[in-house]
Write a protein that binds this ligand. Sequence first.
Ligand code: PDD
Length: 282
Amino acid sequence: MTNKVFLNGQFVDEQDANVPYNDRGYNFGDGIYEYIRIYDNTLFTVKEHFERFLRSASELNIDLDETIESLTDKVKKLAEVNNVENGGVYIQVTRGAAPRDHAFPGPDVKPQMMAFTRSYGRPVEKLENGINAVTVEDIRWLRCDIKSLNLLGNVLAKEYAVKYNADEAIQHRGETVTEGASSNVYAIKDGVVYTHPTNNYILNGITRRVIKAVAEEQEIPFKEETFTVDFLKQADEIIVSSTSVEVMPVIKLDGEAVGNGEVGPITRQLQKGFEQKIEESH
Ligand code: PDD
């Protein structure tokens, strides 16, 4: 059976899901997106994702005639149509299709919406054994809090990681660690979890919020403070987090072992707490 793609209100076969050549997402990266995980037929933290989606739209003055409920309804239907038990749903909106001009088009040009799904399981092997990461300069714009389609900085950072046989690139602005190419970053030192505060330099990750809640429940000190690349290199444990990789241990950074080179106890505690949250969502 062919997968369906949601395109401007219709469920179409993926090979027929075409968009106009002058869509502003295609021309300018002028749009926003979300990626939401599905565990056992349930959308995880869907309300938080669509809250952020609507905020991204509003920050870019994209006029979306949608609510958290109407958006949830659409992706739920798509996941059902495509029979996704475990996987994820990607949804994006662009400012619409119009003759190419940097300035916004007039009000008659309507935003274009597209969503697709993927089926896959949790990355259990990597969650158990950890991944490699490299550090790279953060060259992105100064509104990384908006989940925009403009991902060139992230794309180049990820490609740099691939080149050095790593799974993730950890970005830094000067000495300050910001976030991964597609994840948030945590340094754990002497039992304390450190992560960059939520401001314009990072995406306010939904997984990050769940991890923060777990840390508070388990009385693990959680400090939203900036830290340096040197501090990260001295950390006992490092984690990266996202909707797709969950609470992912980093066991090697720039070719050097992190801590004793094994997944640490605080990481395990946070992973356990995160799994509990998945269970509770059903
Ligand atoms: N990326 N920071 C960046 C730059 C990201 O791209 C992501 C997620 C995160 C983590 O956010 P969350 O926990 O809400 O997924 C942080 C998604 C998964 C993506 O681009 O596909």
